[in-house]
Design a protein around this ligand. Structure first.
Ligand SMILES: [Zn+2]
Length: 109
């Protein structure tokens, strides 16, 4: 099937022959194609936003709290650094929370 992903433009869509599902490993977009009628049923729109249709885990990438593990790690670290910078949290809290973030990221990768 020579169709690019409508969500991210990835030209290499993967096909799950057993379930007649065409999906994009890049963004999680997935549609079910009925081999009899040719009807296409959207399963996941992929990309950001989420919405009503949750991306099936097998078609999406690993995530922590719904975000990419690296995004989670960088975002949480940025928030902690900012909190430390404006003296919202003491250094000991920062070390503790940053350790937790690294642990969650490490096991969630
Ligand atoms: Zn895609």
């Amino acid at each position: 099937m020579e169709v690019a992903c409508p969500q991210c433009g990835n030209p290499n869509l993967d096909v799950d022959e057993a379930n007649s599902v065409v999906f994009c490993k890049n963004c999680g977009f997935a549609v079910k194609v009925d081999p009899q009628s040719g009807n296409v049923t959207p399963l996941s729109e992929g990309g950001a936003g989420g919405g009503a249709m949750e991306a099936p885990q097998s078609y999406g990438k690993k995530s922590i709290f719904g975000t990419d593990p690296l995004t989670f790690f960088l975002g949480a670290t940025a928030v902690l650094l900012l909190s430390l910078y404006i003296s919202f949290i003491p250094m000991s809290y920062f070390m503790l929370l940053e350790s937790a973030v690294i642990l969650i990221w490490w096991y969630g990768r």
